[in-house]
Design a protein around this ligand. Structure first.
Ligand code: NAD
Length: 321
């Protein structure tokens, strides 16, 4: 039976990855500094460890693994990324430095790093697609992106010296059920879904900058499929993972409102906008045979009901309209 380690398994994508690996019949050790917030994981073992600590990383890797998935990170949406840059740079860099060194010492064969398209520079709305090589010369928009770029380089350097297989997925904005949906770390799709769920039919929701920025959103099941495909492939270069479908945040609001069956207007408010636009080449991941199965309408059809249920269960936020 294949033995697999998932670091950051208590989080959104890690939880879905554990579910898929377990369904495949793998023996899974799940590790996180906190227990999963929204559900029990089908892992064979769950260890609560702070992976900023080198001994904790050695404990996580103890016993030998066929595949290691490193997803642990100090992580959140634009509001968090713009306000917690010191925490992100310190905590995530410590996790990545100690995890890759412990994995090399443990003699692992295959290591997957969850990176991000935040490694790329900002783009103008009409610009043609950036390919993976366009991450250089480097000019990420935020410190989260710089940490990811450094982690990518560290993983590649350790793989070269120690002779193991390293795979790097640059995730685009991911959404789905069982993700953070309030509290300041939630990303745009979850925040919009929560606001729509809290608003009455015909209501108005606040959107940073009126929702003109352009984004791509990948549904979590599609992302997990791509992660497993890439991790087990021969593709050792960083690889973008996202769909070709691009929308403005205002269009995302329309899709969510449609799924919710509500008429919703937008009020433009000040807030951290992040980059103006995203537009990436997906030839590399598509050449491995990956095609997303969920467009935004279908993915939101699975995500919105879960968030609406959380809102109904816990009550509206204090600043809800
Ligand atoms: P998440 O915040 O839900 O999960 C990250 C997990 O890492 C959390 O459960 C957290 O407790 C854990 N963690 C943080 N510090 C830790 C520590 N010191 N020791 C052990 N565990 C620790 O985030 P997610 O959305 O599931 O993202 C997973 C990975 O994918 C992250 O590396 C993230 O940067 C990357 N990523 C995510 C997206 C997205 O849209 N969600 C986009 C690009 C990249």
């Amino acid at each position: 039976m294949k033995r697999v380690l998932v670091a950051g398994a208590g989080g959104f994508i890690g939880g879905h990855l554990v579910g898929q690996l377990s369904a495949e019949g793998c023996w899974v050790r799940a590790v996180d500094v906190v227990e999963p917030e929204f559900r029990d994981l089908p892992a064979d073992e769950f260890l609560t460890l702070d992976l900023r600590d080198a001994d904790a990383c050695r404990r996580a890797l103890d016993g030998g693994f066929d595949e290691v998935y490193q997803l642990a990170a100090d992580m959140g949406g634009m509001e968090f990324i713009s306000s917690a840059e010191c925490e992100i740079m310190r905590n995530s860099a410590a996790v990545n430095a100690n995890m890759i060194a412990a994995a090399a010492d443990a003699g692992i064969d295959r290591y997957f790093l969850a990176s991000s398209v935040c490694v790329y520079r900002d783009m103008a709305p009409e610009e043609p697609r950036l390919s993976e090589d366009d991450a250089y010369p480097a000019n990420p928009d935020n410190e989260y992106g710089w940490e990811k770029l450094y982690a990518e380089r560290m993983v590649s350097a350790f793989a070269r010296r120690h002779g193991f297989e390293a795979r790097i997925g640059r995730f685009e904005n991911c959404y789905g059920p069982f993700g953070t949906w309030r509290g300041g770390r939630e990303k745009a799709p979850a925040a919009i879904a929560r606001k729509v769920a809290e608003a009455p039919d015909g209501g108005t929701i606040d959107v940073f900058g009126g929702g003109t920025t352009i984004r791509t959103f990948v549904y979590v099941k599609d992302l997990v499929d791509a992660v497993l495909l890439l991790a087990r492939s021969d593709e050792d270069r960083p690889t973008n993972i996202g769909p070709d479908e691009r929308v403005t945040i205002a269009e995302l609001v329309d899709i969510v409102a449609d799924v919710a069956g509500k008429r919703i207007d937008i009020r433009s408010v000040d807030g951290p906008l992040g980059v103006a636009a995203r537009n990436f080449s997906h030839e590399r991941i598509q050449s491995l045979g990956w095609t997303p199965q969920y467009d935004l309408r279908r993915g939101m059809g699975e995500t919105y009901p879960w968030i609406a249920e959380q809102v109904a269960r816990t009550g509206r936020s204090p600043d809800a309209p």
